[in-house]
Write a protein that binds this ligand. Sequence first.
Ligand SMILES: [Zn+2]
Length: 350
Amino acid sequence: MTIISTAVASRASLTLGLAGWLRCPRCRSEVERVAETYRCVACRHSYPIVLGIPDFRLYEDPLIPLEDDYRKGEKLQRAAEERTFAELVAYYWTLPTYPATPPDVSARSIHHVTTDATRIAGYADLLGTGRRFLDLGCGAGMLARAMHDRFNVCVGADIGFRWLVVARRGLEEAGLPANLICCCADHLPFVDGAFDTVASVSLLEHVTNAPAVLGECARVLAPAGRVFVWTTNRFSLAPEPHVRIWGVGFLPRRWMPGYVRWRRGLAYEKKHLLSRRELARGLEQAHLPVHHFAVPAVTEPDLAAMGRAERALARVWSVASRVPGLGRLFLGVFPVLQVVAARRPARPPA
Ligand SMILES: [Zn+2]
């Protein structure tokens, strides 16, 4: 632990100036660097820097106890020293998870990460360009990686410490700075208005209070900035992607965990999929009244990972979404909700 910590900390410093945008997630006061911690100048709370990654979490990842998250991160860091990014992602899924992850689910996760560049290319133009970009819930860091040619500084944030270790391997492999922060999405450790674009991809379905997360996205957004959300739709006509079961979202929420356990023996207590209406309401509550939903492109890697019935449905959607007027009808039942939101409409070109 000590050897790795020293080696990694020495090369993992934040892009110049980024430390100045960090704030205490408890009281939003400035923080100062004191050895291997950030300390709040007002409430005096300390936040550790672990393996070179600042940890501003107020609570642990609901999927894994704090100490297990650190231990897994250390193990992944050791593995990262002798593996490529793709090998590290595959290695991640050889480590135990609690409860155990079925092989088909972990295989889909690996496939999703290794083909994510194609998916991102389909929506990259919606993220705009600018000085600072935040990928909230960055996971393996593919989006933060892809945005480096559009933004001066890209930051990846995630509640899963272990995933940030994986993300760092990918950024290093691409020769990019690894600005990675461990934090809770509803208590962001950033100054108001820090980012031109905040993206939340595959995050909201994993949080219990989506409006609070969207509120934090809005707070750290520059006045003319935009929030991009990509999340699994509760009322999708396709199988629920985390457990691969059809129709889960149409059940009352309290029945979902029991149904998923009965069908596949998997836990489902920690998934909170939103409908299009719930997401729109959350954006309005977060003072992001301008929002535009769109049907995302179905990529070839996505089609390759689908079963026959799902693929046939996806092809119908693909065609229908390109027919003017018809696409909007499908928005509410498409597998993914994709939306760009802002505080006010973009100024028309002069
Ligand atoms: Zn504080």
